[in-house]
Design a protein around this ligand. Structure first.
Ligand SMILES: Nc1ncnc2c1ncn2[C@@H]1O[C@H](COP(=O)(O)OP(=O)(O)OP(=O)(O)O)[C@@H](O)[C@H]1O
Ligand SMILES: [Mg+2]
Length: 523
């Protein structure tokens, strides 16, 4: 269904190739490729990566993962490290990791099999991680020039954004090109990536490539390459009209035409285009697709089978149909299925009824609680993806009593994996849920002694001063958080929980009235 020919984009490829050439001579390069969903960012980057590999570059790539409102912490870095671990000989890997082995092993245990995934005694040192990555890139690029691709920054977590900003600021005199992509149509005015992009646009060292939609001539070339024959002018006009020149939609429409559809009946709206091929599947395959869509862009086969809960024969027949229709693809591990394009996943998810969606989120929550290994090693490299997924699924299922401890567990794992901002986000979620959960017995065992220090119910307006911080025996006003160099605030007792915005607002209102966490339940 994809065009075997790479269409257009001559100027973009030329300017990015120049970046590669300069990097090979020791001048690091930075590029941000932006454009609407489906316009062709990944295809452009793949084309460039092919050229870079031919010129002797090492290619490391990673994707940000959409998981509810919170991205999975440092997912693209973990992806890239995994590729490094699996494509580098053991002795060479030990050399390039050098002193970073132990720290990066906290993100991806296979880098440091003997290491313990526990937070450092002195807290979460994000700055330390940044230095470790910088050192690693320096050692890697001393051997061969390196192209580091970080995809889909619109779904990035704060730690990933900090990493990119730090690398742009700090990479000097190394043979590295850092290429990041993001969907420009996902960046609303308050998106946290916006100010960063604006600041990078002011730097002459960062190249910003904005991909436009295809012109009619390019649509004709893409259609011709997919259909294997020169398309009639009328068909080109029709497809251009319906797709607006978006490469992904051109592919979808070409698929309908190739499947025998009448060009005159091409669906009129974007959602209709995306769902028309789904509608053509059998009811079993459609149900399987909806189940997969609730998991996210990709899902391990065992987890999907568990949640789908159908007999093997029906499961594989449905999967085969979805794969043969090019809606799902087997990912590079061979053990997970991914939507060929995130747009289709989004359309399938949005098209579901709320009750069906909630039920499936709950089924994923149950399955992952019963057997966390179902998440597969690919997504669960540091054990961090399962808690985050559980927090997401229980919250989306509106099962707040389970979402509460799951959010706290996710926060704890985020701390272990150098992601204090995500930890804070999970704790904010926990505080949001807290007053709506009637009993706190479902909290994990490690939180219980501290939970008891809290009043059973938020005190009335007249009694806030009697509330006690769980990390302290003193009343609220005295348990002030203190700042650390990493920007995380710790309770005055030295307990490990991060405290959010401190100070005057803390004194004025008790924590359950505030959106940001102050002293969340701690170990
Ligand atoms: N220049 C091109 N030549 C041929 N096909 C292309 C070209 N650009 C994009 N396509 C095809 O269009 C589809 C969508 O492209 P791609 O996945 O690169 O979009 P994207 O911008 O990365 O989207 P998203 O924001 O959802 O990640 C792909 O299947 C790709 O093969
Ligand atoms: Mg893409």
């Amino acid at each position: 269904m994809q065009s075997p020919v790479f269409v257009g984009r001559r100027e973009e490829i030329a300017s990015l190739t120049a970046l590669l050439e300069r990097a090979a001579d020791g001048e690091p390069g930075f590029a941000i490729v932006a454009g609407e969903a489906g316009v062709g960012k990944t295809r452009l980057v793949t084309e460039l990566a092919g050229q870079a590999a031919d010129s002797g570059f090492t290619i490391l790539a990673g994707h940000c993962v959409e998981l509810g409102a919170e991205g999975l912490p440092l997912a693209p870095l973990i992806d890239a490290l995994r590729t490094l671990a699996r494509t580098t000989a053991r002795t060479e890997l030990a050399d390039v990791l050098g002193p970073a082995r132990r720290g990066l092993g906290r993100l991806l245990p296979e880098l440091d099999p003997g290491g313990a995934a526990e937070p450092a005694a002195d807290g979460v040192q994000v700055s330390q991680l940044l230095e470790l990555v910088l050192g690693l890139l320096g050692r890697l690029s001393a051997r061969r020039p390196l192209l580091l691709v970080l995809e889909d920054l619109h779904w990035s977590d704060q730690s990933t954004r900090e990493l990119v900003a730090f690398l742009i600021r700090s990479l000097r005199g190394v043979r590295v090109v850092l290429l990041a992509t993001y969907r420009s149509d996902e960046l609303n005015r308050r998106h946290p990536l916006r100010p960063l992009i604006a600041s990078w646009d002011r730097l002459r060292t960062v190249q910003h490539v904005e991909l436009r939609r295809f012109e009619p001539g390019e649509v004709a070339a893409q259609l011709g390459a997919i259909l294997g024959t020169e398309p009639a002018a009328g068909l080109v006009d029709l497809v251009f009209d319906r797709s607006g020149g978006n490469a992904y939609l051109v592919e979808e429409l070409a698929g309908l035409v190739r499947g025998g559809g009448d060009p005159a009946d091409l669906p009129p709206s974007l959602a209709d285009v995306l769902l028309s091929r789904v509608d053509a599947l059998s009811p079993q395959a459609q149900r399987l697709l909806r189940t997969a869509a609730v998991a996210g862009r990709s899902v391990p086969d065992k987890l999907l089978a568990e949640v789908a809960g159908v007999a093997d024969a029906e499961f594989y027949a449905g999967l085969r149909e979805a794969v043969e229709s090019h809606l799902l693809v087997v990912d590079h591990t061979g053990r997970s299925y991914a939507f060929r394009h995130a747009l289709t996943r989004d359309a399938v998810y949005e098209d579901m009824l709320p009750g069906e969606r909630g039920g499936l989120h709950a089924a994923y929550g149950e399955a992952l609680t019963r057997d966390p290994d179902l998440a597969g090693t690919e997504v669960d490299s540091a054990g961090a993806a399962v808690p985050a997924a559980l927090a997401h699924h229980w919250y989306a299922a509106l099962d707040l009593p389970r979402a509460l401890p799951a959010s706290i567990a996710a926060a704890r794992h985020a701390l272990i994996t150098f992601a204090p901002a995500e930890a804070q986000r999970h704790l904010e979620r926990a505080l949001e849920i807290w007053p709506r959960v009637p009993t706190r017995r479902s909290a994990p065992a490690w939180t219980r002694p501290r939970w008891r220090a809290w009043p059973a119910r938020p005190p009335t307006r007249r009694a806030p001063s009697t509330a006690r911080c769980p990390c302290s025996t003193r009343p609220w006003p005295d348990s002030r958080p203190r700042a650390t160099p990493s920007g995380v605030r710790w309770c005055s007792t030295g307990a490990r929980a991060p405290c959010g915005t401190p100070g005057a607002s803390l004194r004025r209102s008790p924590p359950w009235r505030r959106r940001s966490p102050s002293c969340p339940p701690t170990r």
